[in-house]
Design a protein around this ligand. Structure first.
Ligand SMILES: [Zn+2]
Length: 225
């Protein structure tokens, strides 16, 4: 697992070269945002300890397998005192509810852990504000760090090569568009995230983008917006 310290509040963890999770530093330890694929538990816990603190909570941007893949393992290893937070609609999908019509694209592996918290837009997770960004999945959320306007956008955007919205096929990372549930909503969310005017954008797949406004504008234009 590749570990990059992006700023004093944020560490990027990259597995398999293309799947990111993030450690967000808080006074009591770390919030882990996303968990990558299955089998990453020890690496994620080790990365936090290497950076000098424990994981205090696990929050995910959405329910796809490359984001919730190690939730069960982390719950098992960290115990019940470390809550798991999942967006409301994606938590209901994982619980077996049918919340939208038709088949959901992307990987929805079995997750045994019932989230301790079902996240709603506007909720706070430490310094992070939960931002509604549906489209890639029905419940997809982003997290805005209110201290420095870092925006963790999950899979609404990718950043291999050009910054791209996941509503359309993009050769450098086609998996994101193939897994996107509602392309119109995804583009609408991409616009809403741009309007937050983030100082730094970090994504589920690809490198961090500093001062991302212009790149987000170009991505939205290419996405048909
Ligand atoms: Zn995804």
């Amino acid at each position: 697992m590749k570990i990059r310290t992006l700023n004093p509040n944020l560490i990027q963890l990259t597995r398999l070269g293309f799947v990111n999770a993030y450690l967000v530093r808080e006074d009591d330890g770390f919030t882990l945002v996303d968990t990558t694929t299955s089998g990453a538990g020890d690496d994620l816990i080790g990365a936090a300890r290497g950076a000098g603190a424990e994981i205090r909570r696990v929050a995910v941007t959405h329910g796809h397998g490359d984001h919730v893949g190690s939730v069960d393992e982390l719950k098992h290893k960290l115990g019940d005192s470390v809550p798991v937070l999942m967006p409301e609609l994606d938590a209901r999908i994982h619980a077996g509810e049918k919340v939208v019509e038709g088949k959901l694209p992307g990987s929805w592996p079995k997750v045994q852990t019932r989230p301790d918290v079902r996240l709603q837009p506007g909720d706070r997770v430490g310094s992070l504000e939960v931002i509604s960004s549906p489209g890639h999945t029905p419940g997809h959320v982003s997290f805005l760090d209110t201290r420095d306007r870092t925006l963790i956008v999950g899979d609404t955007y990718t950043s291999f090569g050009n910054v791209a919205v996941s509503n359309h096929f993009y050769l450098r990372f086609p998996l994101a568009a193939m897994a996107t549930w509602d392309k119109a909503k995804d583009l609408e969310s991409a616009r809403a995230l741009r309007a937050l005017d983030p100082a730094l954008m970090v994504v589920g797949h690809g490198p961090a983008v500093a001062a991302p406004g212009a790149a987000m504008d170009r991505a939205i234009a290419r996405a048909g917006g």
